[in-house]
Design a protein around this ligand. Structure first.
Ligand SMILES: Cc1cc2nc3c(=O)[nH]c(=O)nc-3n(C[C@H](O)[C@H](O)[C@H](O)COP(=O)(O)OP(=O)(O)OC[C@H]3O[C@@H](n4cnc5c(N)ncnc54)[C@H](O)[C@@H]3O)c2cc1C
Length: 444
């Protein structure tokens, strides 16, 4: 059966990987590189080539499908579990946030507030049914559980930096899911997973498998319509050409899916319109020397700068793997009118560098080897109160049309590489079951 997959992110590649042995797969990707948000930038430096993700990425021990796939593709020799030091920059001061002892020294909270924060984390650890908190706002739940000061001095700045003006609408389900993952540290403290050589190895291994079975991955090819007639998929239009097929798996964001299907998804049209996504403007900078001398990997920031976090990749992975120091300076934004989206790349970079100069007295622009800004409009659903109702089904109605991606149930209440990979696997098995049933009907 000929299946067109729209998008070569992890959802599209994993669906293609599962289906390529018994079907003809054609993946259309609008960008020059494959991998979607997990794609990498290839840098040649000092006679050496390396790959670094355009947007910072690591994985957690709970990402079981992803870890199984890494094993299956023979990449487990590259898998590393490393400590990444975290800190919170508040009112001009860095507070390390790695151990309970360090957290107890977080001055913006009184001792009583710190106890309340600790109890909130313990309470979250005991929650089994995260989904039941979908209709409660995170803000209200924190205020009820730990009080005003813990909310205002600890959670509010972090949520504001992640969700901007939508922060107050985010659901407690998202917060609980997030805190559960980040507080699952074991005795040794939190270790994060990364592939030596970058997640590019995973993307390439998936692509190799698909093409080895005759599948095609077409880059710089934008799908402009998923053609649906009499409630059945006929094919897609890409770069003005009609490509007929029996099934389409779409992994594109909801508002794009709505455009591609020309309002033919009936009742789902309103849901597609109502799902809010946020954008990311992430600068990746190569430096001559370390930025965070205290060894921090991840610094959350509450300060008057145009970004919410600085992530020093080479305080996590060894500097020797790259030959230069690598940092991400990043911010989410909420809509297309934001300066981070409309201003020119040089202007956004300049505003980020001014922020770094303000925060790090010994940072100098002369240390910069290169800097790039990666930005995209739809990088994460905003998990607002009541979002669960908006989770999109794997099969939205028209025969032959399937959906998998950040909007799928596997990515609720937080999107991740594991969630999209799982969505790709689940849509593939959904497809196979449906086809098996049809063959049985036909044989009958
Ligand atoms: C800043 C940032 C940090 C992150 N950090 C982590 C992390 O540490 N750990 C983690 O697990 N996850 C992280 N993620 C999330 C993770 O990258 C995503 O959840 C996952 O990669 C999404 O995969 P996807 O296939 O669902 O979507 P995407 O990667 O968005 O893939 C969709 C693809 O469809 C293509 N496309 C769109 N429209 C069309 C069209 N009309 N025609 C053809 N192609 C089209 C797009 O170009 C894209 O390649 C991060 C994301 C961001 C932005």
């Amino acid at each position: 059966m000929k299946i067109v997959i729209v998008g070569s992110g992890l959802a599209g590649l994993s669906a293609g990987y599962k289906l390529c042995k018994s079907n003809e797969i054609v993946i259309f990707e609008k960008d020059a590189e494959i991998g979607g948000m997990a794609a990498s930038y290839c840098r040649n430096f000092a006679g050496k080539k390396y790959f670094i993700e355009k947007y910072y990425h690591h994985i957690f021990r709970s990402d079981s499908e992803l870890l199984d796939l890494i094993r299956e593709l023979g990449l487990e020799g590259q898998m590393l579990w490393l400590k990444g030091k975290n800190a919170y920059f508040v009112d001009g001061k860095n507070y390390p946030m790695n151990t309970p002892g360090e957290i107890l020294k977080f001055k913006p909270l009184s001792f009583t507030d710190l106890v309340k924060l600790g109890l909130l984390v313990l309470r979250i650890k005991l929650i089994n049914n995260t989904i039941s908190y979908d209709r409660i706002k995170a803000k209200d739940w924190i205020l009820d559980t730990a009080g005003q000061s813990v909310y205002e001095n600890f959670f509010a700045p972090l949520m504001k930096s992640k969700f901007g003006e939508n922060a107050e609408n985010v659901s407690a389900a998202w917060l609980i899911g997030r805190v559960k993952i980040r507080s699952d540290r074991g005795k040794e403290g939190e270790k994060l997973g990364y592939l030596k050589g970058g997640f590019n190895s995973l993307i390439e291994a998936l692509a190799r498998e698909i093409t080895a079975y005759g599948g095609k991955i077409l880059q710089n090819e934008t799908v402009t319509e998923i053609v649906i007639k009499d409630n059945a998929v006929q094919g897609v239009i890409a770069n003005g050409n009609f490509i007929p097929c029996e099934a389409v798996i779409s992994t594109v964001e909801p508002r794009v899916l709505d455009i591609l299907t020309k309002g033919k998804l009936g009742a789902l049209h309103a849901t597609l319109q109502s799902i809010r996504y946020q954008g990311t403007a992430c600068a990746l900078i190569g430096l001559d020397r370390k930025l965070m001398k205290d060894g921090n990997y991840w610094l959350n920031i509450k300060a008057n700068v145009p970004f919410g976090a600085v992530i020093e990749h080479t305080n996590f992975m060894p500097f020797e793997d790259y030959g230069e120091h690598l940092i991400y300076v990043t911010s989410y934004f909420q809509d297309e009118n934001n300066d981070l989206w409309i201003k020119k790349e040089e202007e956004v970079l300049d505003s980020y560098l001014k922020g770094l100069e303000k925060m790090f007295s010994d940072f100098s622009r002369t240390d910069i080897h290169w800097a790039k800004l990666f930005r995209r409009m739809d990088t994460a659903p905003v998990y607002e109160q009541g979002y669960l109702e908006k989770v999109l089904p794997f099969s939205p109605g028209p025969s032959g049309l399937y959906l998998a991606g950040m909007f799928s149930s596997t990515n609720y209440p937080e999107r991740s590489m594991n969630g999209s990979l799982k969505a790709g696997f689940e849509v593939a098995s959904f497809f196979m079951k449906k086809e098996e049933n049809c063959e049985v009907c036909w044989l009958d």
